[in-house]
Design a protein around this ligand. Structure first.
Ligand code: ZN
Length: 204
């Protein structure tokens, strides 16, 4: 924890003064252009891998970058999606999966999660992803996890379109949905191409 407090002191003393103008502007302005839905995994930092400054990305992070389908009732994820689309009017939504994802590894392994009831319940939102992977006959082990990570991104893009705010924005052609898969080891990423159904490398 001391490291984190030291980091904040460094931010206050060095980073903040150097970007004072930006932070002054942001004090009363919130106009991000994209909603980034990523995994809670500490190794996948949305602003770092997209090189965005504060104020540029509206971010939701969940275990396994899962987006539950829309359902009435209190739901923090649905509320954030609605706010991003209907109030902030972001022009792009990116759902980003990643290599070595713990949530997808758990889904692929079928290991019982008796001691993790909240995780087990949450991962039910990835059942369609798993069904998609198993229908594709992807072997087992790392290859199955890699396929599941990608199939999961596709499933979450579909779940996104059950949210009324997303449907409205798409009907007005004011938003584009993107599915990404980020590879931690190489720092590369692929984007889902809906025309071919394949993930294609994003040119460096
Ligand atoms: Zn993950």
């Amino acid at each position: 924890m001391n490291d984190i407090a030291d980091g904040f002191r460094r931010f206050r003393q060095e980073v903040f003064p150097a970007q004072a103008e930006l932070f002054q502007h942001l004090a009363t302005t919130h106009q991000p252009t994209a909603l980034f839905i990523g995994c809670s995994d500490s190794r996948v930092v949305p602003e770092l891998i997209t090189q965005r400054k504060p104020g540029e990305l509206f971010v939701i992070r969940t275990a396994g970058n899962l987006v539950p389908p829309y359902a009435p009732g209190a739901d923090g994820i649905a509320a954030s999606i609605e706010y991003a689309l209907s109030v902030l009017e972001v022009s792009d939504v990116i759902v980003c999966g990643h290599s070595d994802c713990g949530a997808m590894t758990a889904m692929a392994s079928d290991r019982p999660l008796d001691q993790l009831p909240a995780v087990a319940g949450w991962l039910r939102h990835a059942e369609a992803s798993k069904a998609r992977t198993e229908a594709g006959n992807h072997a087992s082990g790392p290859l199955k996890v890699a396929a599941l990570v990608r199939d999961n991104v596709r499933s979450q893009l579909i779940n996104l379109t059950t949210h009324p705010s997303v449907v409205r924005a798409m009907a007005q052609r004011s938003v584009r949905l993107h599915g990404w898969c980020y590879d931690i080891a190489s720092g590369t990423a692929e984007e889902f191409d809906s025309a071919t159904g394949q993930f294609v490398g994003i040119a460096a």
